[in-house]
Design a protein around this ligand. Structure first.
Ligand SMILES: Cc1ncc(COP(=O)(O)O)c(C=O)c1O
Length: 394
């Protein structure tokens, strides 16, 4: 029995799969299949392994921590790993003098962000933007509209939650005076690696400040170098009130963070929120190593952005029946295909060539280029050469 068959006998079918690829291990920008083949990984476990697979520094940091302490529960005793991670994060996030609540996933970071906004403002309403994705738990799902299938079948979700079109008039119309926060991504992940309009975000920031509404920026997918800057907010010159982070933060260890302005954090009273695994020491040690690696990589990003933009433009010009355009921001690029069917066929052809791709967009029509942040220019060029060969087969 292969892994697909074994999985089917024991794991819930609720989890959908992009591929049936069975892998043994990963190293750098490559995954190695049980079939003995190497696969260039342009999926990064859905934009998580920004430092590549099993980066030696991440492995070393996690192993050292494993030998010292696996779990203490930060609510029971103090240990250094979560504090060290937060100290490093404080220096790089786009919120000045920020405070952190550490989580195990992006959804949980979004839950924390929504809870903090409601608790501290004393208001219960949340406005989210049409087409956004914020996760699968009940609160996060309530602000998710990127695909109907995510919410269908779950009945009534969080009350006082409103969905606006991504323009200021629509947001303002939904402001009933009881809005705690507006939540949005800056570059959509599930929504097809598409960036929100810079001028709209500028207006939204000003509007939220004027109306005493918190602006929650969800950088679960766009954070940690994915756009070529540490955070997408830097491209927008934006200081959010609250942020949700996860995915790339710890190279694959389950870790996330709610980032809060100090005044918001100070008003979120002890025991109003919590968690058994908050700031797990091994995940945090991996996170510290991850931040060091990504910080060192940032100076190389402009050259890589240029390389991937040019490669995308060449493909679009060469295969106009396959590719329509590119979208996104910096390094975070979505290649829009003519249809979801074409994108699916392209992904299959690419996999046969040794290139792992995933898609996003409401109809799965966008190739979501989630190569590692640390991928070298030759690796990126190799990936695009494989993509070219795959497109040529359609
Ligand atoms: C922007 C955004 N927010 C939240 C989430 C949820 O994160 P997780 O899957 O870790 O719960 C995701 C996951 O794709 C995401 O892209």
């Amino acid at each position: 029995m292969n892994l697909v068959e074994r999985s089917d006998r024991v794991l819930s079918r609720v989890l959908s799969h992009f591929t049936e690829l069975e892998i043994e291990r990963g190293s750098g920008s490559y995954l190695y299949g049980l079939d003995g083949k190497a696969y260039l990984d342009f999926a990064s476990g859905i934009a998580v392994t920004g430092t590549g697979h099993c980066h030696p520094e991440v492995v070393r940091a996690a192993m050292e921590q494993l030998k010292k302490l696996i779990h203490n529960c930060a609510g029971v005793t103090y240990a250094s790993a979560n504090i060290e991670l937060a100290e490093k994060l404080q220096k790089i996030v786009p919120i000045k003098d920020a405070r952190f609540f550490l989580t195990q996933s992006g959804s949980e970071a979004v839950e924390g962000a929504l809870k903090a906004a409601k608790y501290v403002s004393g208001k219960s309403g949340i406005i989210a933007l049409q087409g956004g994705f914020h996760g699968r738990t009940m609160g996060a799902l309530s602000v998710t509209t990127s695909k109907k299938s995510y919410t269908d079948g779950y009945g009534e979700l969080l009350p006082h939650t409103f969905i606006a079109a991504p323009d200021l008039d629509s947001v303002a119309k939904l402001n009933n005076g009881n809005i705690a926060a507006v939540i949005t991504e800056l570059v959509r992940g599930e929504g097809g690696y598409s960036a929100l309009d810079r001028e709209f975000i500028r207006q939204l920031r000003a509007y939220c400040s004027e109306k005493n509404i918190y602006l929650i920026i969800d950088e679960v997918q766009s954070g940690f170098g994915r756009t070529g800057k540490m955070f997408a907010a830097e491209w927008f010159d934006l200081e959010p009130d609250i942020m949700s982070l996860a995915k790339g933060i710890a190279s694959g260890f389950p870790l996330g963070a709610v980032v809060l302005k100090k005044a918001i954090s100070d008003a979120w009273k002890p025991s109003a929120h919590g968690g058994t695994y908050t700031g797990n020491p091994v995940a945090c040690a991996a996170g510290v190593a991850t931040l060091d690696i990504l910080t060192g990589e940032l100076p190389r990003m402009p050259a890589k952005i240029k390389a991937v933009e040019e490669a995308c433009d060449r493909l679009i010009a060469k295969y106009p029946r396959v590719f329509i355009r590119r979208q996104g921001l910096g390094y975070m690029i979505g290649l829009v295909c003519a249809s979801g069917g074409i994108c699916g066929a392209l992904r299959q052809a690419a996999l046969a060539q040794g290139l792992l791709l995933i898609s996003s967009g409401s109809g799965g029509e966008v190739v979501r280029l989630a190569y590692p942040v640390t991928a070298s220019i030759p690796e990126l060029e190799k990936g695009f050469a494989l993509l070219d060969r795959a497109a040529g087969e359609l």
